[in-house]
Design a protein around this ligand. Sequence first.
Ligand code: ASP
Length: 318
Amino acid sequence: MRDTRDEESVARPGETRLWSVPAQGPFSLALHGGAGGRIEELSAERRESFEAGLRRAHGAGRAVLADGGTALDAVCAAVEQLEDDPLFNAGRGAALAADGTVEHDAAVMDDDGRAGAVAVSRHAKNPVRLARAVLENSTHLLLVDPSRDLATGWDLEVREQEYFVTQARREQLERIHALRLAAPRHGTVGAVARDRRGRVAAATSTGGMAAQSTGRVGDSPVIGAGTYARGDSLAVSCTGEGEAFIRGVVSYDIAARMRYLGSSLPDAVRATVHAELTAKGASGGLVAVAPDGSVVAAHNSPTMFAAFEGQDGLVLLT
Ligand code: ASP
């Protein structure tokens, strides 16, 4: 088990930090826990808690893949763990909108072009499951403000707002309001996987930007922006300033560079992060997997929480 230390994982302004690892076996899994943090804010104790959460989520997704499960099942299992962990900005403990409520966005996609997404989800305990249920049960792709009855009708667990809203997030919102902070705090969780049969899939789930306007939808549930999968190129899940990811159609831009320019996954990621984020003054990061099982994690934000397998075991970025 190797933990990547601060110096290696912190991006200075204008820099992109990028990790590129070849397939470490018959399946691959990479996940992120958001690109919103600043390294100096993380005490050793808190950092350990984040690392434990990332390990748990990676373990959950990996177990599915080791059992011969699909990439789609694996990314959902990993993201579900992160949604249940109040430390991460998704599910329980998600960032609060300006009115103090939680509104989730989530999406899943596999390399058959099957996708499901929800925006402004308020009831499902695990928004990623609701997105998956849209993929499985509906002819539609993206549902906004899906009703409680829809979730229960699909046998999904639902919760009241009190479950999602944590004390830490209430305090964060108070600080933002009191200090009139200009830059909203963000974060998101996501996972990408390649299974034993060579299939790839991606899932992303978020509470969006802290103090965002009620009804704001970010990039996470927008296919081609924050979430995307395609058999001839990649599966990718993003985190960061959602508006920039939507404007730059970031996930799709990476796939397009691979398909039309013949770029490798790391080259395509580096070029897109530079052109669509850094050059436009925006920040964020992503994890991606190619059909050959190679994995890329990258961010131009100061930090990004992530976990993926490297040569010497699990690599944790915190
Ligand atoms: N991309 C998310 C959004 O804009 C936030 C984040 O990933 O930090 O909603």
